[in-house]
Design a protein around this ligand. Sequence first.
Ligand code: SF4
Length: 333
Amino acid sequence: MQPFTYARAVDPADAYTGVPQRTALLAGGTELLNWMRLGIEHPAHLLDISHLSGLKTIDTLDNSAGLRIGALATLNEIAEHPRIVNDYPVLAQACLKAASAQLRNLASIGGNLLQRTRCPYFRSLDALPCNKRTPGSGCAARHGINDKHAIFGWTDDCVAVQPSDPAVALAALDAEVVIASARGIRRVAADNFHTLPADELQRHNVLADDELITAIELHAAAPRSAYLKVRERESYEFALVSAAAAVELDGETIRTARIALGSVALRPWRLKEAERRLQGVSISALDIVRAAIEHEFQSARALPHNASKIVIAQNAALRALQLAAKQANGGMA
Ligand code: SF4
């Protein structure tokens, strides 16, 4: 690890005003310290924002039934917040399943969104071909071990997936990421926050170097929502596939459905065509619901070692939708 200076911010604006080059922001530190240990990042300066109380609160949005979650709220604070448990259970469940209790007590929601792919070639201490680590070096995963890699949105240059659990829930909730800079405030839809390989290979998300995530905004409540995480062991593991679903029902008839998949692409993957096909369908009409979901997978492309992820993802989407419909707070009619 290379030497670095350390300073504490006194105001959120310190994170985007007059910041020296090669400065990294330190919040929970659970991901940044991995990057430094593995040589993925070599910051010359650490600016500690972890104590900025104005970025930690969870408040009702002005003039709205929604919620504003400060970017430094921890995963456990979100998972245990009564409004989130009742009105956005998919997010509470995703935060609970994101990491061990110790990590959830430290990790912030903003930092969780900024985590980078778990592709083992990207995180290797050896200098392996990886276009994201070393531009132009190739992609060792494309024809290497790729059982946990993408089935949507990949290119020959990168087949990695984004591992965040909360990001998948936020995508299904149509949440917005609030971003501040010296130029002002902008909001980005949660399912557009992360970038695909075809967008710009060296980027991981749309956050510019001089910008700071200050909050996540949740809008309409989604009491019938649920998160399902499929992994190779039941705890302390990243998702093989995950699914977040939010549904509104008239009796058993689906009025609206929102479904996002995780760990299938470099960003959460909304099943927009399936959502459209599910409108007006009975949640109990299993063959029709399954067909609507499977139709979306016409654009899925398996890699040599991950064809099973297509079937797993279809089943996860279906199961998450059924769990959302049965969510106790929403109450299936
Ligand atoms: Fe690197 Fe992406 Fe290929 Fe993994 S999949 S080795 S992150 S270029």
